[in-house]
Write a protein that binds this ligand. Structure first.
Ligand SMILES: *[C@@H]1O[C@H](CO)[C@@H](O)[C@H](O)[C@H]1NC(C)=O
Ligand SMILES: *[C@@H]1O[C@H](CO)[C@@H](O)[C@H](O)[C@H]1NC(C)=O
Length: 251
């Protein structure tokens, strides 16, 4: 046994078993430094920086990234990114001992209902945001459900967790929002929280104060999901927050 052990040890020391097919050339990083990266590479970096909240207060998607954004949003990647987030939210929820006071907070726009059709008709975020045109789109009540969010919603309900929708959509859009939600499969909720009068407060201040009220009413916010960082920061943000992808606009 001892001899065999020694032989194996000797073999491990002499054989280049740890060598890999990957070669790292530090100098390569220098040579690429001044070069222009291909558009899809720099646009992917831009998108990552947005999702990580490193790029903030930006107004529009960089014009050269329009095609990249169309490919991202209409292809598999957006769906797969959303699925990863929603699955993690479900796995987390499964670990909880749920009580009747447990709620999961959902944002509406581009978390629950998708405005992708609007943005597809308006340059995938490259055009400056037009609040009037956007409101007209919302008033049609034709937004589809984000499929991974709908799956998560149904799974959370099956765990006995209640849903609260927290949106900044103004009161005059409440009826159309409710019928849109029901049309696409979101049939039940504990509450829909929206601004009774548009306060002009920054989104995170409004959402924070609404979550505080929920906590004061005795609810436990077990989770909080949104596509904007402003949905997920501030007070009473929940036991865990889940950031869905959205490279189209910054709130
Ligand atoms: C859930 O309840 C069980 C049984 O009371 C307990 O063992 C477990 O630690 C609880 N889990 C959590 C996450 O509180
Ligand atoms: C915004 O949209 C409205 C409604 O479609 C339109 O009348 C208006 O001209 C647009 N504004 C700009 C700056 O494009």
């Amino acid at each position: 046994m001892k001899v065999l052990g020694l032989l194996v040890a000797a073999f491990l020391v002499t054989c280049p078993c740890h060598a890999s097919d990957y070669r790292v050339f530090p100098l390569q990083m220098k040579t690429a430094y001044h070069d222009q990266y291909p558009t899809e590479v720099s646009c992917a970096s831009w998108r990552l920086a947005v999702e990580a909240n490193n790029l903030i207060k930006w107004k529009t998607v960089p014009a050269p990234c329009q095609e990249y954004m169309a490919d991202y949003l209409l292809g598999d990647q957006y769906r797969s990114d959303s699925k990863t987030v929603c699955r993690e939210a479900y796995f987390f929820a499964k670990t909880l001992n749920v009580t009747h006071r447990d709620i999961f907070v959902f944002d509406v726009d581009d978390t629950t209902l998708s405005n992708l059709q609007y943005f597809a008709n308006h340059g995938f975020g490259v055009e400056e945001h037009n609040a009037t045109a956007f409101k007209i789109w919302v008033s049609y009540g034709e937004a589809f459900a984000l499929p991974e969010t709908l799956k998560l919603y149904n799974k959370l309900l099956s765990l006995g967790i209640k849903i609260v929708f927290l949106t900044e959509r103004p009161l005059e859009l409440k009826d159309v929002t409710i019928s849109n939600l029901k049309d696409v499969g979101f049939h039940t909720w504990e509450k829909i929280k929206d601004p009774s009068i548009y306060s002009g407060k920054l989104s995170n201040a409004f959402k924070s104060s609404e979550r505080k009220k929920l906590a004061e009413e005795g609810y436990r916010i077990v989770g909080n999901i949104g596509d904007q960082w402003s949905d997920l920061v501030g007070e009473q943000r929940g036991l865990r927050t889940f950031k869905l992808p959205n490279p189209l606009y910054y709130d």
